[in-house]
Design a protein around this ligand. Structure first.
Ligand code: IPD
Ligand code: CA
Ligand code: CA
Length: 263
């Protein structure tokens, strides 16, 4: 498979879904929001964007299966599977905060080999494929070269369900606050990882994430020269519900700080 060619097509598909989301953002009616759980919203925009993506991706790679947030297609295949979050940052979207993205990763066996994160309102297309580097629109991107936590900007997310780890998480945040340039909580895990890949922040970490939140971002960080891991020793950062993405230089410092409190 020619991953470079596939990526060009993938970018167009993500941008098409993004154009739909942008158009709907202009006159979004909040009464159309449905609740999937406490503070977990979904709208017709998420669902229709996913349907568009699935239809186009089926044509692009007929032998691939799907893992999708809204469940449009749940057929899994052995070798290739698309991992799709049609609208990452739904809470931002519903409040009119312009930070949300379309995120699509292609998994071959258990590895992400291509991915796109399209920042809809800024028209920023972050994309990468295995061995080919990472890009923002048509420019190559690279993680930052900052080597100390003290000079680092950190992005995280606060899970709105799964309360059991909340206390430990707050302790972790407290420790980082005293040792860094501080935190941003942007509200789209896919964009968070893309921003680390582009050198706009040194690290992103969060727990309780799903494969569709991180799949595309993983290859972006890796191909931009950064590092991705779980909080501890495991390497299942696609399905393992916890992730650290960083510029590589500060990765161990981030891991150590998290593990002072994460039990
Ligand atoms: C959410 C965003 C958010 C993260 C949540 C995710 P959604 O995805 O990525 O940044 O903190 O855990 O669920 O629901 O907007 O697709
Ligand atoms: Ca998401
Ligand atoms: Ca979503």
């Amino acid at each position: 498979m020619n991953l470079q060619q596939l990526s060009q097509e993938l970018n167009l598909i993500a941008k098409k879904a993004g154009a739909f989301i942008k158009q709907e953002a202009e006159n979004f009616d909040r009464s159309t929001i449905e609740m999937k759980g406490f503070a977990n919203m979904v709208s017709y925009v998420d669902k229709q964007a996913e349907e568009m993506l699935v239809e186009d991706l089926r044509k692009l790679l007929p032998e691939a299966g799907f893992i999708t947030e809204e469940g449009t297609d749940t057929t899994r295949q052995d070798r290739y599977n698309w991992i799709i979050d049609p609208l990452d940052g739904t809470t931002n979207f519903t409040h009119g905060l312009p930070l949300f993205s379309v995120s699509v990763g292609l998994m071959e066996n258990k590895e992400i080999v291509a991915g796109v994160v399209y920042g809809v309102m800024h028209d920023e297309c972050f994309w990468a494929y295995k061995g080919g580097g990472a890009y923002l629109n048509d420019k190559k991107i690279h993680v930052s070269d900052i080597t100390t936590l003290e000079q680092s900007l950190i992005i995280t997310g606060f899970p709105y369900y799964e309360e059991t780890k909340a206390k430990q998480y707050l302790e972790i945040l407290h420790a980082f606050m005293a040792r860094s340039h501080g935190f941003r909580r942007l509200g789209s895990a896919a964009l968070d990882l893309a921003y680390v890949a582009a050198g706009r922040a040194e690290t992103f970490f969060e727990y309780n994430l799903q494969p569709y939140d991180v799949a595309a971002g993983i290859i972006l960080v890796q191909e931009a020269g950064g590092q991705v891991s779980m909080f501890g020793d495991g390497d299942d950062f696609i399905f393992g519900k916890q992730i650290i993405g960083s510029n590589g230089h500060i990765h161990q410092q981030v891991k150590d700080t998290i593990n002072e409190f994460w039990k």
